[in-house]
Design a protein around this ligand. Structure first.
Ligand code: AHG
Length: 327
């Protein structure tokens, strides 16, 4: 077996091929990779470290905070700050964005949005969780203080996005707008190694992924679509960790849906931290991502940090096939 290219090597090689990939941008991706390794280590031995369970608080998005959410959040922010390459971060776990004010960071042109530990309610029962990130260029001049508007950007303005899946193996998958590549963590050498070059989602697939328990809360159109899936004996798969459900969808084809419900009339998932980054990845893999009104997620205006959205994301033919059921 030949030697596999590491994430660092891949980033450096790509840096020379891409106009927009300055050294700073590549360095930022590398630091996200380093932080992911540490989160991975902690997630793996969480049961031994008294860091399972709830923290006792509710975050800005209204979710119950787990101890590991806080750990992953603080660690990611610390690494992004120490990278000296990022001007600030908005996190699903924080009410407001964080501006890095030290002299190494304040003039940087990139900002990061992050869901440090997506699906964390699964962690106590040893089910896969993930980290999701998106990178944007700031809008305000690098000499000024960061503004809220630096973060309220549509998905189409992302310069990179990706996720880390802490699953049966740990994978980092990302795009810089030139396809999608996946790296599997090799514990033996402590590196992410290229294992899934140029990932493509099948154009169609037999899996559909949705929390079927909300059936009665969905619109009539979504209910009809689900009835049709059942009539066709399609495979229903739902982990409840978006990263894991979307990763399976990329690998096998099919569709992941989190539509509006009576309890979550705007959808549950967060535009900045979950929907936009995963939409960028899936589009770059050849798929589609829309909300349950048929609008492309990446084109939707963002007006608040914790804005929620419905989402239908997956194989192009599956997503197109759902359009006729939407209002
Ligand atoms: P959390 O990080 O609070 O566990 O939320 C997980 C997210 C997402 O990853 C998943 O797809 C969805 O919420 C699951 O929501 P339901 O439990 O409502 O199905």
């Amino acid at each position: 077996m030949g030697r596999r290219i590491t994430l660092d090597e891949f980033i450096v090689e790509n840096q020379t091929q891409q106009d927009q990939a300055s050294g700073a941008f590549s360095g930022l991706l590398r630091h996200i990779g380093i932080a992911a390794k540490i989160v991975n280590r902690i997630v793996n031995k969480a049961g031994l470290m008294d860091i399972l369970g709830v923290d006792g608080n509710v975050n800005s998005s209204g979710d119950t905070v787990q101890k590991l959410d806080i750990y992953a959040n603080d660690l990611m922010i610390e690494y992004l700050q120490n990278s000296g390459l990022c001007a600030g971060v908005a996190s699903e776990e924080l009410d407001s964005f964080v501006s890095f004010t030290n002299k190494f960071n304040r003039n940087n042109k990139y900002i990061v949005v992050i869901d440090p530990l997506d699906g964390s309610s699964n962690i106590d029962v040893n089910i896969s969780v993930g980290t999701i990130f998106g990178i944007y260029q700031r809008i305000s001049p690098a000499t000024d203080e960061l503004q809220l508007t630096d973060f309220l950007q549509k998905g189409i303005h992302q310069v990179a996005a990706g996720y880390v899946l802490y699953g049966t193996s740990t994978m980092l998958v990302y795009t810089t707008g030139d396809g999608v590549n996946g790296f599997t963590y090799d514990r033996g050498i402590g590196e992410f190694c290229l294992s899934h070059p140029d990932m493509k989602i099948p154009q169609t697939g037999n899996n559909y992924s949705i929390n079927q328990g909300y059936y009665k809360q969905f619109s009539e159109g979504i209910q009809q679509y689900l009835d049709e899936c059942a009539d066709k004996s399609m495979m229903q798969r739902y982990i409840g960790s978006m990263v894991a459900d979307v990763h399976r969808t990329i690998c096998l084809g099919g569709v992941f849906l989190y539509p509006r419900t009576i309890n979550n009339p705007n959808g549950k998932l967060r535009m900045l931290y979950e929907c936009s980054p995963l939409s960028f990845v899936i589009e770059q893999a050849g798929g589609l991502s829309i909300n349950d009104q048929g609008m492309r997620i990446m084109d939707i205006e963002v007006s608040e940090l914790h804005q929620r959205s419905s989402i239908i994301i997956g194989s192009s033919k599956n997503v197109e096939g759902i359009l006729k059921y939407l209002e």
